[in-house]
Design a protein around this ligand. Sequence first.
Ligand code: SAH
Ligand code: SF4
Ligand code: F3S
Length: 452
Amino acid sequence: MLDKSCHIITFGCQMNVRDSQWLGRVLYARGFRQTPLEEAQVVVVNTCSVREKPELKVMSTLGRIRQATGGNPRVLVCVTGCVAQQLGKALFEREHQVRLVAGSDGIAAAPQAIERLLEEPDLRIDLLDFTNHYVERESAPAPDGKGEPSAYVNIMQGCDNFCSYCIVPFTRGRQKSRGSNAILEECRHAIAEGAREITLLGQNVNAFGRDKNGDGTSFAELLHHVANLPGLERLRYVTPHPRDMGPDDIAAFKELPQLCPRLHLPMQSGSDAILTSMRRRYNSKDFLNLVEKLRKARPDLALSTDLIVGFPGETEQDFQATLRMVRECGFMSSFSFCYSDRPGARAVLFPHKVSAEVAQDRLLRLQELQDDLGRAWLEKRTGSTTTLLIEGRSPRDWQGEEPAWQGRDPYGIPVHVELPAGRDHTGQMVPVSITQAKKHSLMGRRLVQTFS
Ligand code: SAH
Ligand code: SF4
Ligand code: F3S
């Protein structure tokens, strides 16, 4: 009798989070139970290689697994995701416990491979080929039919943009849109399992349907179809590309009340010279125009972004342009990173690399500005009323009169609120007034509806 216990460790973007959730559910359906790392027969590391740091983290995680499991050769370690795609079979040499390496498309066959590897302890399997169509996966129902209030649904795989710093087109492959019927089917399932909110996922969602796998449905049309599914309260998506956001995508913010007033719109840099060299295909003026149009379509829209500092050739002046743009766009939050060379990406060959000290100094200055903007944005929310989608018990229980719960507002901000005892509020929509701003979250008070 095989010990069917597993432990999944996830790095990277929401696509990886979704892949891990899928794998966990499929393994569960096949009789696996989730255990702590020390007790697991199968350990899956779902990896990210977008920057050097996450890649190094994967290597240290393999070492941590070896220690936690005493190097037991009967423990099956599987590496999936972008580092698996990037390093391939070389991972077998790095760590003797690794017997499955499954890349971006290969992960679809990982459950069968895992079962086979448990039966055959001397076998190693690599699943590294890219397919030329979107691979539909085995369906993965939520355990006991009860899913999360907020669900992720993939709409495409890969990316064709080849921004000069980015490894994603190499690790996730070329863009492949998923069929709109399959997407809608998965959304309906998620809603039937309790989802009130759906986030559509892809590396460049606005280009959905524009590759040869497209079925004639545009991204804006898809948004309309999903938004109108009965039972859905909220719709979000990541990641858009400023260059590919068309008028219909902008109009959707005006037309679809389900579409949340929050957009994560990666700007990367505020300098035109750097944007050109990044091959982003827009300049600062295009970006500002887009922001203006979006805010016109949805006046309460809150924007967040991704930024890279220390890109090759970035001068202090270029960096100042980024600071100016961040202020001008008034981002509520941002993820910012020091540039790092990624294998295969063009910028590896670019001259005038910025030293680590200079890049780090710019990163800190940028983050200081962003902290101020973020704090001001959160503080402006106090006194307003909003609706929360309750996700579960609050991790910060402040021992109030009633139990503490956590939900998210339409902007995706975590809000803590006391709700009546004796009931599970998960998945409920609760109106609240915002009473206080914390560093990255808000406190709210339930609004009790009065009937006259
Ligand atoms: N598809 C998305 C996100 C891609 S990866 C987009 O188009 O923006 C997530 C973020 O990682 C990027 O937005 C970028 O800010 C950062 N990133 C990607 N490659 C990087 C590199 N080589 N060095 C530093 N940051 C990088
Ligand atoms: Fe990478 Fe650019 Fe594609 Fe985003 S759009 S995944 S940054 S190549
Ligand atoms: Fe990382 Fe791959 Fe996502 S490189 S950001 S896990 S697409």
